[in-house]
Design a protein around this ligand. Structure first.
Ligand code: RP5
Length: 164
């Protein structure tokens, strides 16, 4: 039997993949099993519900949802699971992601969505946050996160600026 994906990445459209692949790549780097699917709060509401319930039942621990414009996907996912839902607002309109940021972050009390930054930074950080959540029960992942942080720290400290 294939391994249950610890993380499910959902996005509202194939056009979101260019940004959301940063989440997939980050999970891959940490060897975290994941599945990525295009499902939309507005265009496939029933299938989104069925998928989230199925994945929660199968043992998926964290959901990442990226969407642009009137971005209701993360909220729609949160409506069907008590697992952590990480929302990534995407820049898909003339409002450059501000529309998606507000739609994703402004959840009513009782229905939390942890909202990350707009775009690729948010997609990367959603994956890192998912790994951090999984690391509460997986010491090997915690070690990998610590090593990755050290690498970033060293890179900053070893920066050599070009001559003025
Ligand atoms: C949202 O509408 C999607 O998440 C995407 O960011 C945006 C535009 O979708 P497409 O028209 O490119 O399919 O639902």
């Amino acid at each position: 039997m294939p391994e249950t994906p610890a993380v499910a990445i959902l996005m509202g459209s194939e056009s979101d993949w260019e940004t959301m692949r940063a989440a997939a790549q980050t999970l891959q780097t940490f060897n975290v099993p994941f599945e990525a699917r295009v499902l939309s709060a507005h265009r496939t509401p029933v299938e989104t519900t069925v998928y989230v319930r199925k994945m929660e039942d199968a043992g998926t621990q964290v959901f990442i949802a990226g969407a642009g414009m009137a971005a209701h996907l993360a909220g729609a996912v949160a409506a069907h699971t008590t697992r952590p839902v990480l929302g990534v607002p995407l820049a898909a309109s003339d409002l450059n992601g501000l529309d998606a940021l507000l739609a994703t972050v402004q959840m009513p009390p009782g229905m939390p969505v942890a909202t990350l930054a707009i775009g690729k930074a948010g997609a990367t950080n959603a994956a890192l946050l998912a790994i951090s959540i999984l690391s509460l029960k997986q010491p090997d992942l915690r070690e990998k996160l610590i090593a990755a942080r050290k690498e970033r720290t060293d890179k900053i400290l070893n920066t050599k600026l070009p001559k003025p």
